[in-house]
Design a protein around this ligand. Structure first.
Ligand code: THU
Length: 136
Protein backbone atom coordinates (compact mmCIF):
# COMPACT_ATOMS: atom_id res chain seq x y z
CA UNK A 1 0.00 0.00 0.00
CA UNK A 2 1.08 3.56 -0.69
CA UNK A 3 0.65 6.35 1.84
CA UNK A 4 -0.57 9.74 0.72
CA UNK A 5 1.45 12.83 1.76
CA UNK A 6 -1.09 13.71 4.50
CA UNK A 7 -0.80 10.25 6.04
CA UNK A 8 2.99 10.52 5.95
CA UNK A 9 3.05 13.88 7.73
CA UNK A 10 0.34 12.86 10.22
CA UNK A 11 2.23 9.74 11.24
CA UNK A 12 5.56 11.56 11.52
CA UNK A 13 3.87 14.29 13.57
CA UNK A 14 2.35 11.70 15.94
CA UNK A 15 5.75 10.07 16.45
CA UNK A 16 7.38 13.45 16.94
CA UNK A 17 4.83 14.69 19.49
CA UNK A 18 4.98 11.60 21.68
CA UNK A 19 8.78 11.84 22.01
CA UNK A 20 8.26 14.21 24.93
CA UNK A 21 7.15 11.22 27.02
CA UNK A 22 10.25 9.14 26.36
CA UNK A 23 11.84 7.94 29.60
CA UNK A 24 15.53 8.27 28.76
CA UNK A 25 17.56 9.20 31.86
CA UNK A 26 20.56 7.15 30.66
CA UNK A 27 20.89 7.65 26.91
CA UNK A 28 19.16 11.06 26.72
CA UNK A 29 18.05 9.86 23.27
CA UNK A 30 14.27 10.15 23.03
CA UNK A 31 12.62 8.09 20.32
CA UNK A 32 9.00 8.44 19.21
CA UNK A 33 7.14 5.91 17.12
CA UNK A 34 3.64 5.78 15.67
CA UNK A 35 1.89 2.86 14.00
CA UNK A 36 -0.97 3.31 11.53
CA UNK A 37 -3.38 0.37 11.46
CA UNK A 38 -5.31 -0.70 8.38
CA UNK A 39 -8.40 0.31 10.36
CA UNK A 40 -7.04 3.88 10.36
CA UNK A 41 -6.03 4.19 14.00
CA UNK A 42 -2.70 5.48 15.24
CA UNK A 43 -0.89 4.00 18.25
CA UNK A 44 2.19 5.79 19.50
CA UNK A 45 5.07 4.75 21.73
CA UNK A 46 8.33 5.94 23.26
CA UNK A 47 11.49 4.29 24.49
CA UNK A 48 11.42 3.42 28.18
CA UNK A 49 14.79 2.87 29.79
CA UNK A 50 15.73 0.96 32.90
CA UNK A 51 18.56 1.18 35.43
CA UNK A 52 19.05 -2.48 34.54
CA UNK A 53 20.01 -1.37 31.00
CA UNK A 54 19.06 -4.45 28.95
CA UNK A 55 15.46 -4.28 30.11
CA UNK A 56 15.03 -1.00 28.22
CA UNK A 57 12.24 -1.11 25.64
CA UNK A 58 12.36 0.65 22.26
CA UNK A 59 9.70 3.08 21.07
CA UNK A 60 8.72 1.01 18.03
CA UNK A 61 7.98 -2.03 20.13
CA UNK A 62 6.00 -0.03 22.68
CA UNK A 63 3.82 1.35 19.85
CA UNK A 64 3.33 -2.08 18.27
CA UNK A 65 2.62 -3.76 21.61
CA UNK A 66 0.08 -1.09 22.51
CA UNK A 67 -1.70 -1.69 19.20
CA UNK A 68 -1.61 -5.47 19.48
CA UNK A 69 -2.86 -5.38 23.05
CA UNK A 70 -5.85 -3.38 21.77
CA UNK A 71 -6.66 -6.09 19.22
CA UNK A 72 -4.85 -4.61 16.18
CA UNK A 73 -2.60 -6.82 14.04
CA UNK A 74 -2.70 -5.25 10.59
CA UNK A 75 -0.38 -2.34 10.09
CA UNK A 76 -0.04 -0.05 7.11
CA UNK A 77 2.95 1.93 8.34
CA UNK A 78 5.18 2.82 11.25
CA UNK A 79 7.02 6.13 11.70
CA UNK A 80 10.11 6.53 13.86
CA UNK A 81 11.37 9.97 14.87
CA UNK A 82 14.68 10.87 16.50
CA UNK A 83 16.89 13.95 16.45
CA UNK A 84 19.13 12.35 13.81
CA UNK A 85 16.70 10.03 11.98
CA UNK A 86 18.18 6.92 13.55
CA UNK A 87 17.28 3.56 12.09
CA UNK A 88 15.14 0.94 13.90
CA UNK A 89 17.19 -1.66 15.77
CA UNK A 90 17.29 -5.33 14.81
CA UNK A 91 14.95 -6.39 17.60
CA UNK A 92 12.32 -3.89 16.48
CA UNK A 93 12.68 -5.01 12.86
CA UNK A 94 11.99 -8.58 13.97
CA UNK A 95 8.86 -7.54 15.88
CA UNK A 96 7.67 -5.50 12.87
CA UNK A 97 8.29 -8.55 10.64
CA UNK A 98 5.98 -10.66 12.81
CA UNK A 99 3.07 -8.55 11.57
CA UNK A 100 4.01 -8.20 7.90
CA UNK A 101 6.94 -7.50 5.62
CA UNK A 102 4.93 -5.03 3.52
CA UNK A 103 4.46 -2.52 6.34
CA UNK A 104 5.91 0.85 5.35
CA UNK A 105 8.63 2.26 7.62
CA UNK A 106 9.12 6.03 7.76
CA UNK A 107 12.35 7.26 9.32
CA UNK A 108 12.28 10.96 10.12
CA UNK A 109 13.97 13.62 12.21
CA UNK A 110 12.59 16.10 14.72
CA UNK A 111 12.36 18.80 12.04
CA UNK A 112 9.74 16.60 10.39
CA UNK A 113 12.09 15.69 7.54
CA UNK A 114 11.55 12.22 6.08
CA UNK A 115 14.97 10.57 5.58
CA UNK A 116 13.81 7.18 4.38
CA UNK A 117 10.57 5.54 3.31
CA UNK A 118 11.05 1.79 3.07
CA UNK A 119 9.38 -1.46 4.11
CA UNK A 120 9.96 -3.96 6.89
CA UNK A 121 10.95 -6.57 4.29
CA UNK A 122 13.65 -4.30 2.92
CA UNK A 123 14.96 -3.55 6.41
CA UNK A 124 15.04 -7.23 7.32
CA UNK A 125 15.87 -9.34 4.26
CA UNK A 126 15.34 -13.09 4.58
CA UNK A 127 13.34 -12.49 7.75
CA UNK A 128 12.30 -15.37 9.96
CA UNK A 129 8.51 -15.04 10.08
CA UNK A 130 5.54 -17.07 11.36
CA UNK A 131 5.59 -18.91 8.00
CA UNK A 132 8.94 -20.46 8.93
CA UNK A 133 7.45 -22.34 11.87
CA UNK A 134 6.28 -25.83 10.90
CA UNK A 135 2.58 -26.59 11.51
CA UNK A 136 2.09 -28.58 14.71
N1 THU B 1 15.98 2.92 20.71
C1 THU B 1 14.68 2.88 20.27
O1 THU B 1 13.75 3.30 20.98
N2 THU B 1 14.45 2.35 19.04
C2 THU B 1 15.40 1.84 18.22
O2 THU B 1 15.08 1.25 17.21
C3 THU B 1 16.81 2.06 18.54
C4 THU B 1 17.10 2.44 19.94
C5 THU B 1 16.24 3.46 22.04
C6 THU B 1 16.71 2.47 23.04
C7 THU B 1 17.43 3.36 24.03
O3 THU B 1 16.49 3.89 24.95
C8 THU B 1 17.96 4.50 23.19
O4 THU B 1 17.24 4.45 21.98
C9 THU B 1 19.45 4.41 22.89
O5 THU B 1 19.78 3.16 22.39
Amino acid sequence: MKLNPDQVSQLIEAASQVRRWAYVPYSKYPVGAAVLTTSGKIYDGVNIESAAYPTTMCAERVAIFKAVSEGERDFTAIAVVTENAGSPCGGCRQVMAEFGLETIVLIADTEGKLHLETTVGKLLPQAFTPKDLPEK
